[in-house]
Design a protein around this ligand. Structure first.
Ligand code: HEC
Ligand code: HEC
Length: 218
C-alpha cells in the first residue's frame, strides 16, 4: 500500500471510530444530567418537563421521542453558535460531547406524549396549514413539509425531525429564526430555503396545523 492511501485509510478509520463513540449515549446518565443541570444553567426538566413534553406558551419544545442524533446535533449547534438562543444555550454550555450524547439518548428513549396543544384558530387557517404541510404551495416554490419530514410529518431518521405534535409557538419561532439568520445549522440550508418563502400567514397556519396533529402513527 502506498503511504498516501495508507494515510487516507487511517483517517477514515479514525473518523469512523469517532462517529461510533459519539453515537453511544447512556440514557441513565442522561436522566441524572437532566435533573442536575450543567452547574450554571437550570435543569432541563424545569423547562422541557419531567416527561419531555415542553410547553407551548413558553416556547419550550417537546424533546421526548425525537431522534438522538438530531437532538445531539442541536445541542452542539447552540454551543458553537450555529443556533442562537440566550434562553437555551446557558443550560448546556458546560456539558461535554459525551454528556450531550447521554442527554440525547435519554430524551430519544422517552415515550412520545399525546398532543396537548389545543388550537384556537379557525377551520380556514387549519385547512391552509394542512395544505402547506401535505401538498405545498407550488406557486411560491414551497414543497410540502411532508416531502422531507415524512408521512404525517412524523420525522425521518436523524436528518428530518418530527414536527407533527410539536408546539405551534416553537414551530413558529424556528421558522422565523431561519428567516432572521438565528438558526444556521440545517444541512444544505434546506430549511432556510423553505422558511424564506413562507409568509407570516402561512407560518401561523402551518404551525397551528402541525401542533394539532398526533406525533405518533396510531
Ligand atoms: C430555561 C429554560 C430551558 C432549560 C432549563 C433548558 N432548555 Fe432546552 N430549550 C429551551 C428553549 C426556549 C428552546 C428553543 C430555543 C430556540 O429557539 O432555538 C430549547 C431547545 C432545546 C433543544 C432543541 C430541540 C429541537 O427540536 O431542535 C434541545 C435538544 C434542548 N433544548 C435540550 C435541553 C437540555 C438537554 C436541557 C438540560 C441540560 C435543556 N434543554 C434545558 C429552553 C430550555
Ligand atoms: C427540503 C426538505 C425540507 C422541507 C420541504 C421542509 N423541511 Fe423542515 N427541516 C428540514 C431539515 C433538514 C430540518 C433539520 C434542520 C437541522 O438539522 O437543524 C428541518 C427542521 C424543521 C423544523 C425544526 C424542528 C425542531 O425540532 O427544531 C421545523 C419547525 C420545520 N423543519 C418545519 C417545516 C415546515 C413547516 C415545512 C413545510 C412548510 C418544512 N419544514 C419543510 C428539511 C425540510
Amino acid at each position: 500500500m502506498t503511504t498516501l492511501s495508507h494515510l487516507i485509510l487511517a483517517g477514515a478509520v479514525t473518523a469512523l471510530a469517532t462517529v461510533a463513540n459519539a453515537n453511544e449515549g447512556d440514557p441513565e446518565r442522561g436522566a441524572q444530567l437532566a435533573a442536575q443541570g450543567d452547574g450554571s444553567g437550570a435543569p432541563c426538566l424545569a423547562c422541557h418537563g419531567a416527561d419531555g413534553s415542553g410547553n407551548n406558551a413558553a416556547g419550550f419544545p417537546r424533546l421526548a421521542g425525537l431522534d438522538a442524533t438530531y437532538l445531539a446535533r442541536q445541542m452542539l449547534a447552540y454551543n458553537n453558535g450555529e443556533r442562537v438562543s440566550p434562553v437555551m444555550q446557558p443550560n448546556i454550555d458546560n456539558f461535554d460531547a459525551q454528556q450531550i450524547q447521554d442527554l440525547a439518548a435519554y430524551y430519544a428513549a422517552m415515550p412520545v406524549p399525546a398532543t396537548t396543544t389545543s388550537t384556537s384558530v379557525s377551520e380556514e387557517v387549519l385547512a391552509l396549514g394542512e395544505k402547506l404541510a401535505n401538498q405545498g404551495d407550488w406557486d411560491n416554490y414551497i414543497p410540502p413539509c411532508s416531502s422531507c419530514h415524512g408521512p404525517g410529518n412524523r420525522g425521518v431518521g436523524e436528518t428530518f425531525p418530527a414536527i407533527a405534535g410539536q408546539h405551534p409557538n416553537y414551530i413558529r419561532s424556528q421558522l422565523n429564526a431561519w428567516k432572521s439568520n438565528q438558526r444556521n445549522n440545517d444541512p444544505n440550508q434546506l430549511m432556510t430555503a423553505v422558511a424564506e418563502r413562507l409568509s407570516e400567514e402561512q407560518i401561523n397556519a402551518v404551525a397551528a396545523y402541525l401542533g394539532s396533529q398526533s406525533a405518533t402513527a396510531e
